[in-house]
Design a binder for this molecule. Structure first.
Ligand SMILES: NC(=O)C1=CN([C@@H]2O[C@H](COP(=O)(O)OP(=O)(O)OC[C@H]3O[C@@H](n4cnc5c(N)ncnc54)[C@H](O)[C@@H]3O)[C@@H](O)[C@H]2O)C=CC1
Ligand SMILES: O=C(O)C1=NCCCC1
Length: 312
C-alpha cells in the first residue's frame, strides 16, 4: 500500500490484453451488473461534464465490485471533432484502487481498454442476437472503434464478406488496406448494409445515418456511437421496429438520443440475456445500443494489471 502506483502505457495495454481473456470477464461483469444487487456492484450513472468551448465532454465512470476486489474509475474525454481535425476524439485513463487502503495501485492508459472492451461487448451482443448463419458484416465508420470491432468480429466469427463505409472513399480504402483480411469498400451506407446480417455503427454522427428501410429483416445492429441524448446514428423506423437491447437501461434512457428521441422501448439489458432472465430474439431484427459501462473498464483494467504483472 506504500508503493507508488504502477503506470501502464497504451503500448503495454496493447501487448497484454487479449479478446479471448477479456470476453469471459465482460460476460461475467455484464451478468452481475444486470442482477442489480448493490452488495455485488456499485456503478452509478456516468457523470458527464460538457467542455463547451472545445465541443467535448468529460465522463467520470466510478465502479466498485466488492467480490472481485475492484475499485476503479475511468475518466474519458470525448469530442465532436470537425472533419479533418487531427486531434483525438476519445482519450481515457483508468485508475485502479486498493479498496481496503484507498491508494491508487495502477494508472492505466484507457484508449486501448475503451476500444477493446466496447468491441468485445458488441461481439457478445452478436453472439446472442446475430442471425445463426451470419455471412455478411458491415462496419459504418473507419476510426478506432471500427478497427477494434473489425478485429474482434473477425477473430470470433467467420464472415464470407466484410464491408466498410466511410463518408469519403479514401478513408474506407485506407481502412481496408490497414487490416489483415479482405474488406469491400462501399460508397453508400445503403450499399454497405444491403442484406448484411450484422451491422456495426461506429461513427461520430449526430444525425441518423442508418435507416430501417435498408436493413434485412432479422439483421443485428451494434450501435456504438451517438452517446449523447441529442445525438443519433439510427432512424426512428429502425429503433421502433427492432427489438432493442442495451448495456444499461438507466444509461440508455438518459444518454442515448437513438432511444430517447425515437421513443423506442428497451426490451432488455445484455446482462439479462446472459442471466437468461430475458430472451435473445435472434430471429427478429435487433439493435444493441451500447453506451459503455464503468464495470467494463473495471474488469478490463484488472485483467491488464494481472497480465502485466505476470510478465514482469
Ligand atoms: N459505446 C461505447 O462504449 C463507446 C462509444 N464510443 C463512440 O463511438 C464512436 C466512434 O468512436 P471512435 O472510433 O473512437 O472515433 P473516431 O474519431 O476514431 O472515428 C469516428 C468515425 O466516424 C466518422 N464520422 C465522423 N463524423 C461523422 C458523421 N457525421 N457521419 C458519419 N461518419 C462520421 C469519422 O470519419 C470516423 O470514421 C464515437 O461516437 C464515440 O463517442 C467510443 C467509445 C466507447
Ligand atoms: O464508455 C466510454 O468509454 C465512452 N462512451 C461514450 C463516449 C466515449 C467513451
Amino acid at each position: 500500500m506504500d508503493s507508488p502506483p504502477i503506470v501502464i502505457s497504451r503500448d503495454e495495454v496493447k501487448r497484454v490484453l487479449r479478446y479471448i481473456d477479456l470476453i469471459p470477464r465482460l460476460e461475467s461483469a455484464l451478468a452481475i451488473f444486470s442482477r442489480k444487487n448493490s452488495l455485488e456492484i456499485i456503478q452509478p450513472l456516468r457523470s458527464v461534464i460538457p467542455l463547451s468551448k472545445y465541443n467535448g465532454f468529460l465522463g467520470l465512470m466510478p465502479t466498485y465490485m466488492e467480490q472481485e476486489g475492484i475499485l476503479s474509475t475511468k475518466m474519458v474525454c470525448f469530442y465532436k471533432r470537425e472533419d479533418g481535425s487531427t486531434l483525438p476524439s476519445t482519450q481515457a485513463t483508468v485508475l485502479l484502487f486498493d479498496p481496503e487502503y484507498g491508494n491508487v495501485k495502477a494508472i492505466i492508459d484507457g484508449e486501448v481498454i475503451t476500444a477493446m472492451r466496447t468491441a468485445a461487448a458488441s461481439a457478445i451482443s452478436a453472439k446472442w442476437l446475430m442471425p445463426a448463419q451470419a455471412e455478411v458484416l458491415a462496419i459504418l465508420g473507419t476510426g478506432n472503434e471500427a478497427l477494434s470491432h473489425y478485429n474482434v468480429f473477425t477473430e470470433i466469427f467467420t464472415f464470407k464478406e466484410v464491408r466498410v463505409w466511410s463518408r469519403t472513399r479514401e478513408r474506407a480504402e485506407a481502412f481496408s488496406r490497414s487490416v489483415a483480411g479482405p474488406v469491400k469498400v462501399c460508397v453508400t451506407v445503403e450499399e454497405a448494409v444491403k442484406d448484411a446480417d450484422a451491422i456495426v455503427t461506429v461513427t461520430r454522427a449526430t444525425q441518423p445515418i442508418l435507416f430501417g428501410k435498408w436493413i434485412k429483416p432479422g439483421a443485428h445492429v451494434a450501435a456504438v456511437g451517438a452517446c449523447r441524448p441529442d445525438w443519433r446514428e439510427l432512424d426512428d423506423e429502425l429503433m421502433r421496429e427492432a427489438v432493442v437491447y442495451v448495456d444499461s437501461r438507466e444509461g440508455a434512457t438518459t444518454e442515448s438520443g437513438d432511444v430517447i428521441l425515437s421513443g423506442a422501448t428497451v426490451f432488455a439489458e445484455l446482462g439479462e440475456v446472459l442471466n437468461e432472465t430475458r430472451p435473445a430474439l435472434r430471429e427478429k431484427t435487433t439493435v444493441f445500443k451500447s453506451l459503455g459501462l464503468g464495470i467494463e473498464d473495471a474488469v478490463s483494467a484488472k485483467l491488464v494489471l494481472e497480465r502485466w504483472e505476470a510478465t514482469q
